[in-house]
Ligand binder design. Structure first.
Ligand code: 5AD
Length: 356
């Protein structure tokens, strides 16, 4: 028997970790009232650590060419219907320049596992970004690579790396990916990234096919244990040209509940209100922030390519420039009593939080 939900919430909020069974009990006990209670506590904890600031990351989706064949993803190798593109170095730098002018101080270079994105080429782009915008942070999100590759990219000046673990349960990982991909390798990459000195982002989808309460609880236990500096959590959204086309999407409600739990389990984590939330609900971003997220990642990819970086159906697109996006976000956040800050938004050290 696990404790009552209120007891578990109190335990979590006091800074105690929960067991997988306790997380599972909290997930299954969810009601609108419990969700509100968790969200309120998550916002309090977020404010105690980071204040009222929300950090912006300018997302540059620089290639949709991918060697992998993940069953859920619209840019998987087997999708012949996907129009492939790769931005040039100059195009990437132009996106960042416009973003910098608008206020962005972190750039996220995200792409499929494109063989053309060699260490040498990526290291060069990172160097160019750092030279053009002294003081900016560069985040890479380019998948599984060798330890040597991660060390090379880190040495080139990249600060952070996003690689979602997708699910912490090996059997579930096998149901979402072809046999060539393993959870063991994914976890080894996350460790190698940390050892190379990156601030590391893990994360998972909510409502992915074959997910169960126990499997979600394992994801929470993993986050509690590994303590990634960032954690991307978004609903699964089916893509029409994938094996999961007919699967049901995840929900905004459960995703927000998990955002709150992650904020309480790991107070210093940087937690984005993900684009997939917006794909399911025009108010998805606000809901994510109200549940304990403190990062937004507007898309700075040139409008003519945004439609081709389609990981799932209904991904929001906007041809607005970076300055317009910044202004709209700032206004939206102000209505929530929050501030969009011109700041790199580095992860807060655990120590700092303990001494609050
Ligand atoms: N629905 C939601 N998220 C997806 N991702 C990939 N495909 C989908 C989808 N269909 C997420 C994965 C990946 C990140 C870049 O996007 O979690 O790590």
């Amino acid at each position: 028997m696990t404790d009552r939900p209120a007891t578990l919430v109190a335990k979590l909020a006091r800074g105690h970790g929960l067991s997988p069974d306790e997380y599972a009990a909290l997930i299954d006990a969810r009601t609108p009232a419990l969700a509100d209670e968790l969200a309120g506590r998550a916002r309090e904890v977020c404010e105690a650590v980071y204040g009222d600031g929300v950090f912006a990351r300018g997302l540059i989706e620089f290639t949709n060419i991918c060697a992998n064949d993940c069953y859920y993803c619209g840019i998987r190798r087997s999708n012949r219907a996907c129009e492939r593109y790769r931005l040039t170095r100059e195009q990437i730098l132009a996106c960042a320049e416009e973003g910098w002018q608008a206020g962005f101080r972190t750039f996220v270079l995200q792409g499929g596992e494109d063989p053309a994105a060699t260490d040498e080429w990526l290291a060069g782009v990172v160097g160019n970004l750092k030279a053009a915008h002294p003081g900016c942070a560069v985040t890479l999100s380019v998948g599984e690579r060798s330890r040597e590759s991660y060390e090379c990219l880190r040495a080139a000046g990249a600060d952070r790396y996003l690689l979602r673990h997708e699910t912490a349960t090996a059997a579930h990982y096998r149901q979402l990916h072809p046999a060539a991909m393993t959870l063991q390798r994914r976890m080894a990459c996350l460790s190698a990234l940390r050892e190379a000195g990156f601030a590391v982002g893990a994360g998972f989808m909510v409502g992915s096919p074959f997910q169960t309460t126990e499997r979600l609880a394992a994801d929470l236990a993993f986050v509690q244990e590994f303590r990634p500096e960032m954690c991307g959590i978004g609903p699964f959204v089916p893509h029409r040209d994938t094996p999961f086309a007919a699967e049901a999407p995840g929900t905004v409600e459960l995703t927000c509940y998990l955002l709150s739990l992650v904020r309480l389990a790991h107070p210093t984590v940087l937690l984005p209100a993900t684009t997939a939330l917006e794909a399911l609900d025009p108010r998805g971003r606000e809901k994510g922030i109200l549940a304990g997220a403190n990062v937004v990642m507007p898309n700075l990819t040139p409008p003519e390519h945004q439609g081709d970086y389609a990981l799932y159906d209904g991904k929001p697109r906007s041809s607005a420039g970076a300055a317009r996006k910044w202004a709209d976000l700032a206004a939206q956040l102000e209505l929530l009593g929050r501030r969009l800050v011109v700041d790199r938004g580095n992860p807060m050290k655990e120590k700092t939080y303990d001494s609050l």
